[in-house]
Design a protein around this ligand. Structure first.
Ligand SMILES: [Zn+2]
Length: 258
């Protein structure tokens, strides 16, 4: 019998773990995705009709973020994104022929026309905006009707736009204000579905808060010592809010989120 592999087994955005939130070990199958330099770590989709093995349970991967180290979460995040990419690129987007997986790279190749399809990430800017010495802008997402959590202004970078332009445009669109002194802080891969969150800080420059109602149900400048409910620890938004209000670093050299 071959050595067992550590397996990231997903069903949509849920991952199979044991009751201590650890990964199971399984026998490797030919269809498994090797995604780590150590090929004893594999990723696999749990099919709709497959039962959940005894002793394991499906947990939404967001819930693992506060329980796992950053490294573990990033590996899970990479696994889920590569599986999704493979699932969505079974055919050539150029000529429609069935594709084949490249033997050594993450590429789906078309045997008919030779077109290579690679995994892509979506750049998304997220900005912590302060006013004066002791105020931070926090906004409530209109789609979040289940909690009273306030987060940061975020949005996708558009084609042809710089990251700084995306920060200015998203802030103006969502809350109607102008910002200045935009500075890069850190980044975090975010597998919902395949984003790279690029974090900036900026200062309020001018304008009155005016909300884009489809996106934002409330936004206010909060005093640092009177914050509402904020995103959970482990998310880049949490680290950014702590950075702005308490001066902690967003990410240190060992890539641990503080
Ligand atoms: Zn083709």
């Amino acid at each position: 019998m071959s050595e067992l592999s550590l397996a990231y087994i997903f069903h949509q955005q849920q991952l199979l773990v044991d009751h201590n939130f650890q990964l199971p070990r399984v026998e490797k199958l030919a269809s498994d995705l090797s995604f780590h330099s150590d090929d004893q770590v594999i990723a696999r989709d749990l099919l709709d009709n497959e039962p959940i093995p005894d002793g394991l349970e499906l947990i939404p991967i967001r819930q693992l973020l506060p329980l796992w180290s950053t490294k573990q979460f990033e590996q899970a995040s990479r696994a889920i994104q590569l599986l999704e990419w493979r699932r969505n690129h079974k055919f050539c987007s150029h000529c429609g022929h069935a594709t084949e997986a490249h033997a050594s790279e993450y590429a789906m190749i078309c045997p008919a026309c030779g077109y290579h399809q690679y995994p892509r990430v979506q750049p998304c800017v997220i900005t912590v905006i302060t006013r004066g010495e002791d105020e931070i802008l926090l906004a409530k997402n209109a789609r979040n009707t289940r909690s009273n959590m306030y987060g940061l202004i975020a949005g996708f970078v558009e084609v042809g736009e710089t990251l700084e332009e995306a920060v200015r445009r998203e802030t103006l669109e969502e809350v109607g204000i102008q910002v200045k002194n935009i500075q890069y802080l850190a980044s975090q891969p975010w597998p919902f579905p395949s984003n790279l969150m690029i974090a900036f800080k900026a200062e309020y420059a001018s304008g009155e808060l005016c909300l884009q109602e489809e996106e934002i149900s409330d936004a206010q400048f909060f005093k640092f010592d009177q914050l509402p409910e904020i995103p959970f620890k482990g998310s880049i938004a949490h680290a950014m809010i702590m950075h702005a209000t308490e001066g902690t670093t967003v990410a240190d050299d060992t890539r641990e989120w503080l």
